[in-house]
Design a protein around this ligand. Structure first.
Ligand SMILES: Nc1ncnc2c1ncn2[C@@H]1O[C@H](COP(=O)(O)OP(=O)(O)OP(=O)(O)O)[C@@H](O)[C@H]1O
Length: 505
């Protein structure tokens, strides 16, 4: 286990303890189109806002995906955590993540020429789709799109496994491929896309709606829990987006979809998908029902061996596109540590730092929710504008907190790593490790350390990282981190104002 698994475990225990007093037993909603008492009582959001949508596309309010619930198995937590993180990234993202890394392409047929495009016009898209692309404000294909789009739009269609970090344009790419391949004159499903969760399916659905805004002949339907169709329904919509359980039921049990007529199958967020065994099997069962010539496309933000094994089962004879993540570096970051004896002393040191230097915006990482909550309270009492990201918040609430912080409405963001993993807030110039990152076994978590403080020194800016050390144990952790990166972490005396002032220079 890497990163902040230990902190997460602590958060889970805290959540479990907190929830014991207020336990409510609820029926677990079924993941299919059958009647369900628990669902019937919840609010219904009808997503009929755009021309590509259908009146049938109704859905219940999203279930909580915030993680940190104490009554789940570890597997579900992991899945929820990844899904929540992915959704959070989508909610807070304002534009494309640019990378300077080169795309790596492995072709199924190494003899066929490798096409890449620098403009959307070169793709000879249907005019309605080109209009949709421009309406979304896209001027030119992103790095991954340059290679992926010609492959996906080729005749005959090519299978593809593509991996690149969140925000690099994967969704837009496969949405364009799905909309290009369906024939609007045929009133039946021709493109299926499976997403790991209800909320992620809705997000991708929105992109399909936006991109297809000027292509109103093509219709979309959501295969998600809560969308109940009459038995015997034959879907007329060309594109179906949903979760694997409902999608499988619609193909196999209810036969709303004839899988033999599917031309494009997309599996999105494979890394999140595989975190749940059920989803993996369901996806494979859907894939097995599709015709041999159906185009199979799989996307993932990461590419561990488990993802790769799954990808190969879903996509036969694949072309493979990979875009490496931008490396984080400590080269432009000044690192310090402060010696303290307790959390109260750490707080005092923090106040001294704030008293001596001007900090535009800072992120402060704590090990547990409890410490984060306490610290946020103390800082507010001192007059700071503080934002708190905490494990019990729903994803939408977390997105709102991050948005406010990014807009500069608050100057300090206090968080546990569980909440803030994978989030880019570019303007942060100071990161404070109120607690140093360690894994479940108490070992230094170098990867998390790099990720936390790497964000301060981006794009040639100089960053500042301050580590709070309050025991022999944490001193030991700090030393190991220092050795690992082979970069000196200087001692800072926070009782000496002159010394603190110097670090800001
Ligand atoms: N060619 C482009 N030009 C400008 N913006 C783009 C382009 N392609 C995508 N975008 C925008 O960039 C953002 C990220 O794109 P997208 O959601 O497709 O990335 P992703 O790799 O699928 O991310 P995730 O893995 O989180 O789903 C979105 O806001 C999208 O509208």
């Amino acid at each position: 286990m890497s990163t902040d698994s230990w902190a997460q475990a602590v958060d889970e225990q805290e959540a479990a303890a907190e929830s014991i007093g207020s336990l409510q037993i609820k029926d677990k909603p079924e993941e299919n189109g059958t009647a369900n008492a628990a669902l019937a009582t919840t609010a219904t959001t009808t997503t009929t806002t755009t021309s590509t949508n259908t009146a049938a596309a109704s859905a219940t309010t999203p279930a909580k995906t915030g993680g940190g619930e104490g009554d789940k198995t570890g597997e579900e937590d992991d899945k929820d955590d990844k899904a929540a993180q992915s959704l959070l990234n989508k909610l807070i993202r304002s534009n494309l993540v640019n990378t300077t890394n080169q795309v790596e392409v492995l072709q199924r047929d190494p003899n066929s020429p490798l096409y890449s495009v620098k403009s959307f016009e070169e793709l000879r898209l249907k005019p309605q789709l080109l209009q949709g692309v421009y309406a979304m404000g896209f001027n030119r294909p992103s790095k991954i799109q340059e290679n992926a789009l010609p492959m996906m739009l080729a005749e005959p269609p090519q299978n593809l496994i593509a991996q690149s970090q969140s925000g690099t344009g994967k969704t837009a790419a496969f949405v364009l491929a799905m909309l290009s391949h369906v024939d609007p004159n045929n009133k039946f499903p021709q493109a299926l896309c499976v997403s790991p969760t209800y909320e992620l399916a809705l997000q991708t659905g929105k992109v399909i709606e936006q991109m297809g805004k000027h292509y109103s002949e093509v219709k979309l339907v959501y295969a998600i829990r809560g969308n109940k169709l009459q038995r015997g329904t034959q879907l007329q919509e060309q594109v179906v987006i949903g979760t694997p359980g409902t999608m499988l039921d619609w193909c196999l049990k209810f036969k709303f979809i004839d899988p033999k007529k599917i031309k494009v199958f997309v599996l999105d967020e494979a890394d999140v998908m595989i975190a749940t065994q059920g989803h993996q099997d369901q996806s494979i069962r859907i894939q097995r029902m599709l015709p041999k010539q159906c185009q199979m496309l799989l996307f993932s933000a990461t590419f561990e061996e488990t993802v790769w094994n799954f990808a190969q089962r879903i996509v036969p004879d694949p072309n493979i596109i990979k875009l490496k993540r931008e490396e984080e570096t400590l080269d432009t970051i000044k690192q310090y540590y402060v010696l303290c004896n307790s959390k109260e002393e750490k707080f005092m040191a923090l106040c001294n730092i704030y008293g001596a230097i001007t900090i535009a915006q800072a992120m402060i990482f704590c090990h547990t929710r409890k410490t984060a909550g306490w610290l946020a309270g103390e800082l507010s009492r001192e007059g700071h504008q503080v934002a708190l990201l905490s494990g019990e918040m729903q994803v939408e609430q977390r997105a709102a907190v991050i948005d406010r912080f990014r807009d500069g409405k608050e100057k300090v963001l206090v968080t546990t790593n569980v909440c803030a993993r994978g989030i880019d807030v570019e303007q942060v110039s100071v990161v404070i490790n109120f607690d140093l990152p360690v894994d479940r076994d108490g070992n230094p978590d170098n990867e998390t350390y790099l990720h936390r403080i790497g964000r301060t020194g981006r794009f040639g800016k100089r960053g500042l990282a301050i580590n709070m050390v309050d025991s022999r144990f944490s001193m030991n952790v700090l030393n190991k981190i220092q050795d690992h990166f082979n970069k000196k972490i200087e001692k800072l005396d926070t009782d000496d104002l002159d010394e603190i002032e110097k670090i800001a220079g």
